[in-house]
Design a protein around this ligand. Sequence first.
Ligand code: G6P
Ligand code: MG
Length: 223
Amino acid sequence: MKAVIFDLDGVITDTAELHYQAWKNLADSLKIHFDYKLNEELKGIGRMDSLNRILNFGGKTDQYTEIEKIALTEQKNTEYVALLDQLSPKSIYPGIKEFLDTLRNQNLKIGLASASKNGPKILELLEITDYFDTIVDPVSVKMGKPAPDIFLKAAEQLEVHSSKCIGIEDSEAGIHSIKTAGMFAIGVGTEKVMKAAGADLVICDTKNLHWDQIINTVNHQYS
Ligand code: G6P
Ligand code: MG
């Protein structure tokens, strides 16, 4: 293995609650019910796709023009970005910093494959930008997760064949993206959900990300 490619939201830090608050306020203003169940379904899903799912859920798909929808996503994002200011290095999930140090010591390349256009800003707030050899601009890929595009783009930018990459994700869409990109997939979450999505290795908590265990599982699988 030559590279590890990370998702951001839900793997490196918990931004799901902040997305929830911003989407909830927007949905309330549009008189659409929004709850944690729907928020869960938006994990890994890009901004406009997320809005379309919310409008669809509220039966209002046809009520807004494309220009109005862009304005709605901007409204949500302005609120979300203001909420991001509460992030600091303390917001990094347990074990992630140590894991990044280990990857570096093992001379592995490190990439970010997040659907979030706020990815670079979040890495800066967490003060871990320097660990990343590459960050994929989600605007540069044609299809969002579950399509493989963003993980393939990360591998291309790192100049590593996808079969030599490990992807780490917390969303079902993200695991599908990693697997269709031909990579080894680590799922952060519950065994049942992550296995069903196709994860090769499941960890319930980021503090359980141990390189030795990962590489043993990889070797076992490919032997
Ligand atoms: C991640 C999150 C999604 C979010 C998407 C776009 O994939 O899991 O919930 O919608 O990024 O984020 P952005 O910051 O660009 O709105
Ligand atoms: Mg995620």
